[in-house]
Design a binder for this molecule. Structure first.
Ligand code: GDP
Length: 335
């Protein structure tokens, strides 16, 4: 065989290979090229990164809050999807029925070759039932069932093929009306906190003035502390993070509870397509940080803390659940 046609016997000089984007960390660069002092494990982060990029990322987000607070609109605005464009608003009797119905939608989003499989768990009718305190049990049951299913699968024969349906984050919608948290919010969040990372948001923030919003955020933070409600905690910045990253992180932490505005309407402004809520007196731009915390929330969910949310679900919440299930079984097992 002509050696020039066989890649194993290629006579092409090594230098003909295109320059690697990985630089010194290129796993295909030979030891001769790098010198004997370099073992090569520095390429591990790139290998892991490349493997994950190939596999794609999976993330499950739950939205909880009273009906009509703008949950579906916010999801469309956050992920720039028409996930709920085909939504038909239910009539009252359907709404009551839907208080127990939990719906799940999955969308594949691709950006610059990176795939994200996003699952939204919608709890549309929360708060519509006559007895508010009862209406959140289906949500808690759902979260519990996903943990239990995962635990059973882990103990089963096909551990490598587990379908992970655990919820990584719950956006908890707080009404912009009223002073702070309602008793139902307190009770619900206290039950949710052991099963899911809670990220609180103030819905329809365009209904409040800047001063009202600041007061409301302060009140909610105080009430959460008083009632010992554990929400998702941002891990501290590493000392080697750059100044811009640290500033962004500080702004993001200070924004909690995120004051969000959502809209399905887009306008062309200065040559850009902008998501807005148009009122007779002007427009609210949902992605303008002066108008809404939507961009901070998106940055946190997608760019900076997605992995953290997944790890906290696995290492803290699920682990606690698993241990408590083991403790429940142990008395009978001691015989
Ligand atoms: P969901 O039942 O919680 O999913 O609420 P929807 O997303 O269906 O929104 C209910 C209504 O609130 C619709 O008329 C939306 O146009 C409106 N809405 C959604 N987001 C906002 C917002 O940020 N501000 C205001 N003022 N209205 C909103």
């Amino acid at each position: 065989m002509d050696s020039t046609l066989n890649p194993l016997h290629s006579t092409r000089p090594d230098t003909a290979r295109p320059k690697s984007p990985w630089g010194r960390h290129d796993p295909y660069v030979s030891m001769e090229e790098l010198g004997k002092s370099f073992v090569g494990f520095a390429s591990l982060p790139h290998q892991i990164h490349r493997k994950n990029v190939k596999k794609g990322f999976e993330f499950t987000l739950m939205v909880v809050g009273e009906s009509g607070l703008g949950k579906s609109t916010l999801i469309n605005s956050l992920f720039l999807t028409g996930l709920y464009s085909d939504r038909i608003l239910p009539n009252t009797s359907e709404m009551i029925e839907r208080t127990v119905g939990i719906s799940k939608k999955t969308v594949d989003i691709e950006e610059k070759g990176v795939r994200l499989k996003l699952t939204i768990v919608d709890t549309p009718g929360f708060g519509d039932a006559l007895d508010g305190t009862e209406s959140y049990y289906p949500v808690l049951d759902y979260l519990h069932e996903q943990f239990e299913q995962y635990r059973m699968d882990e103990m089963g024969k096909h551990r490598t093929q587990i379908k992970d349906n655990r919820v990584h984050c719950c956006l908890y919608f707080i009404s912009p009306y009223g002073r702070g948290l309602k008793p139902l919010d307190v009770a619900f969040m206290k039950d949710l906190q052991t099963h899911v990372n809670i990220v609180p948001v103030i819905a329809k923030a365009d209904c409040l003035t800047k001063a009202e919003l600041l007061r409301k955020k302060e009140t909610i933070r105080r009430e959460m502390e008083f009632h010992k409600i554990k929400i998702f905690e941002f891990s501290d910045c590493d000392s080697d993070n750059d100044v811009e990253w640290t500033r962004q992180d500080f702004e993001m932490k200070n924004s909690v509870p995120f004051a969000v505005v959502g809209s399905n309407m887009q306008l062309r402004m200065d040559g850009r397509k902008v998501r807005v809520r148009a009122y007779p007196w002007g427009v609210v731009e949902v992605e303008n940080p002066d108008h809404s915390d939507l961009v901070h929330l998106r940055t946190m969910l997608v760019r900076t803390h997605m992995q953290d949310l997944k790890e906290k679900t696995q290492d803290n919440l699920y682990e606690q659940f698993r241990i408590s299930r083991m403790n429940m079984r142990s008395p009978s097992m001691s015989f």
